[in-house]
Design a protein around this ligand. Structure first.
Ligand code: MN
Length: 211
């Protein structure tokens, strides 16, 4: 089965004013779609053509060298964006607020408080030079950690490739294509506004399923 572009779980303008409709349309319909197309091109006719994006990320190091680069970028890009759309929701309608339950407990245990977590996560997003992602990952046993990866790498690819590991439960795209139309160079404003659309219920489900 070729990889497919998932439908957005909300309308293109649903995350406004924090993420504008034009950015959302181009980001999902052009950028994410291109990762899917290019991943399928690289997969065509190979023995791993029916692997999921998650399997391709987890087992990237096992792929032949000529496929590793294109799939690192494009299966990675597909997996990352597929997560990204689902961990957001319209502000006040599932988006924003604070984590609850076991996820809140894990965040407090790791960072001291939700505010301290937000500060550290924003620093990871701001500190990523050029294009990449900031992540909150769960480790076996339930501990949560923050890290950042370049380009379309993600922690599923493992420490040797991505520089950090774990199961991502929250990811923030800090490529300029994610914010430049509305925020221009002001990445900090985008990161600050993004908290208004984080779907903590979904992140909590991913936390529970991820360890
Ligand atoms: Mn993106």
């Amino acid at each position: 089965m070729p990889l497919t572009l998932p439908t957005l779980p909300y309308t293109q303008d649903a995350l406004e004013p924090h993420i504008d409709a034009a950015t959302m349309g181009i980001h999902h319909g052009k950028h994410h779609a291109a990762y899917v197309t290019n991943a399928n091109k690289a997969l065509d006719g190979t023995p791993f053509a029916n692997w999921t994006a998650e399997e391709l990320c987890l087992k990237l190091g096992e792929l032949p060298e000529d496929k590793r680069g294109p799939l690192r970028n494009n299966a990675g890009g597909h997996w990352n964006h597929s997560l990204f759309w689902t961990i957001m929701a319209p502000a006040g309608k599932g988006g924003g607020g604070v984590p609850t339950g076991p996820l809140a407990t894990a965040i407090n245990a790791a960072f001291g408080s939700f505010d301290a977590f937000k500060e550290k996560f924003a620093a990871a997003a701001m500190g990523r030079f050029g294009s990449g992602w900031a992540w909150l990952c769960v480790q076996p046993g339930g501990k949560v950690e923050i890290c950042s990866t370049p380009n379309q790498d993600n922690p599923l690819m493992g420490k040797a490739i991505a520089g950090c590991g774990g199961t991502p439960i929250l990811g923030l795209d800090v490529w300029e294509h994610a914010y430049y139309l509305h925020y221009q160079n002001r990445r900090a404003d985008y990161v600050g506004a993004w908290w208004n659309v984080v779907n903590w219920e979904k992140v909590g489900q991913l936390y529970a399923a991820g360890h």
